[in-house]
Design a protein around this ligand. Structure first.
Ligand SMILES: *[C@@H]1O[C@H](CO)[C@@H](O)[C@H](O)[C@H]1NC(C)=O
Ligand SMILES: *[C@@H]1O[C@H](CO)[C@@H](O)[C@H](O)[C@H]1NC(C)=O
Length: 482
């Protein structure tokens, strides 16, 4: 009885902490748009200096970080997409997303899986006004809009007890919201697509998971409500790196192996972490190795994001302290990862094909072609993370649920042959933090980052970032000795 009481008390404490952080983060996010709006009114033409995307709280807080990761849908979101001086015209947009909130990929041994309902319901939170219309529209979708094997997948989540890895209602709402936000900016404000847009003006691609397909559809529905199914075609991407046709790269794999070795050694050094896994293994009565292999943080994050208490057995409960220790280790691991640069080596080679594909599309638009004006790649954390790192944005946070990375292409109306790019991560302009434009202001008085910088980086300079002898993908992938 006392045991039970104590557990409840601890749970309440944890919930109180969660609520405190929720309200803190709400304040944090409400304050910013207000001051941004105030500045914006008086200085519309002034060059915008964006705050650092990685402004940290004074000390790294694992609970705060976990809340950002959950990305619980909020009403007002601040975003800098679609901002440029007046004489620039937006001519193309490329969106790379991580799927929305999902059910865990792993189960914690010998515990009940969290009871989360993956059907979509208007009376459940979080809600989006387009939710019912989305379900209705999806039920009219036809297999001919999808490349095999996507055509055999459900178009929205629909299990009363979520399946492993299934997109949740939170995940759908996150991407309806993303899509609506991008539609307001790119379609309503910038008229990126004409009202009678043609099928070849969209390029849609997703990995073969239901959660990425459904996330892509939710974003697309928020972006283009009631789109014509006959104009939609989702391509299937077999590789999480989006490298199809160019995936063979032995040096990339060597970097990955070394990176995994680094990760392993760092874990061994963390005695608090080992002790925590030990305690948790005792609670579920399995060998520590087995518990660790079940990646309990993935499951615990689901409990955390859905405000469901952590699992218990007759020997005790997983608790907030366990959660904090593992989450904190993840954060420290990312810090070391940045320093050692093995992951950077992996990322530069892993992200090249998708960056190459993106600049190829941009260059064709810049030359005056009108197809593939809007591209959407629906992907995973293991897609976004290397792309961020390869661009030089390694300080950016690990991709949260429904994270979005956007490439905008702009044309200077006063000098129509000149094109510029902007890069935005979760609505924050990070263009001048990238490898290819971080020194731009020192060398140039132009307000925007030239497309050539990105092209030069992807075609050549990215290979020299680690190894000055390689100048192309093939050589960099096959050189001797990493
Ligand atoms: C979390 O769940 C508890 C009940 O289990 C509830 O009282 C509380 O309001 C919930 N918190 C949030 C943020 O939804
Ligand atoms: C880069 O893009 C070009 C043009 O589409 C293509 O021919 C080439 O195979 C691509 N290279 C890589 C390594 O992705």
């Amino acid at each position: 009885m006392i045991m039970l009481f104590r557990n409840r008390f601890l749970l309440l404490l944890a919930l109180a902490a969660l609520l405190a952080f929720l309200s803190l983060s709400l304040q944090f996010f409400h304050l910013i748009p207000m001051s941004a709006a105030r500045n914006g009114a008086s200085s519309k033409s002034r060059k915008r200096i964006m705050p650092d995307p990685v402004t940290e709280p004074p000390v790294t807080d694992p609970v705060y970080e976990a809340l950002l990761y959950c990305n619980i849908p909020r009403v007002a979101e601040r975003s800098m997409e679609g901002h440029a001086p007046h004489h620039f015209k937006l001519i193309s947009v490329h969106v790379l997303i991580r799927h929305g909130d999902r059910y865990p990929l792993y189960a914690i041994p010998k515990t009940k899986r969290p009871e989360i309902d993956c059907t979509l319901m208007a009376n459940r939170k979080p809600y989006h006004p387009k939710l019912e219309a989305f379900v209705n529209h999806m039920s009219k979708g036809s297999g001919s809009s999808f490349e095999s094997p996507l055509n055999s997948m459900p178009l929205y989540p629909n299990h009363a007890l979520c399946e492993m890895g299934e997109l949740t209602q939170t995940g759908v709402v996150q991407h309806l919201q993303n899509g609506q936000l991008l539609g307001d900016i790119y379609l309503k404000k910038h008229k990126l697509l004409p009202s009678d847009w043609s099928p070849d003006q969209l390029y849609l691609e997703t990995t073969g998971r239901s959660r990425t397909l459904q996330s892509g559809l939710a974003l697309l529905y928020g972006f283009l409500p009631d789109f014509d199914w006959k104009k939609i075609y989702f391509r299937h991407q077999p590789s999480v790196l989006f490298c199809s046709g160019n995936c063979y790269c032995p040096v990339r794999n060597q970097y990955l192996e070394k990176e995994q070795r680094r990760q392993y050694l760092l874990r061994l050094k963390n005695s608090q972490l080992e002790q925590t896994y030990g305690e948790m293994a005792k609670i579920v009565n399995v060998p520590t190795k087995l518990l660790r292999a079940a990646n309990p943080i993935d499951s615990m994050l689901c409990h955390f994001c859905h405000n469901v208490s952590f699992p218990c057995t007759s020997s005790g409960c997983f608790d907030m302290e366990h959660f904090k220790v593992i989450k904190m280790h993840q954060i420290e691991d990312e810090k070391e990862r940045r320093k050692k640069r093995l992951y950077l080596g992996y990322s530069l080679l892993g992200a090249h094909p998708i960056l190459n594909q993106t600049i190829d599309r941009m260059q064709r638009i810049a030359e005056g072609r009108k197809d593939e004006v809007f591209a959407l790649y629906s992907a995973h954390d293991v897609t976004l993370s290397p792309v961020l790192s390869a661009l030089g944005l390694s300080e950016a946070r690990f991709p949260r649920f429904a994270a979005r990375l956007i490439f905008e292409l702009w044309q200077d109306r006063e000098k129509p042959s000149e094109h510029s790019v902007r890069i935005l991560y979760n609505g924050v302009d990070v263009t001048f933090h990238t490898f290819f434009c971080q020194d731009h202001h020192k060398r140039s008085s132009k307000p925007m980052c030239p497309l050539e910088n990105l092209v030069r980086f992807v075609k050549r300079d990215m290979f020299a970032t680690l190894d000055s002898s390689s100048t192309n993908y093939h050589d960099a992938c096959h050189r001797e000795g990493v």
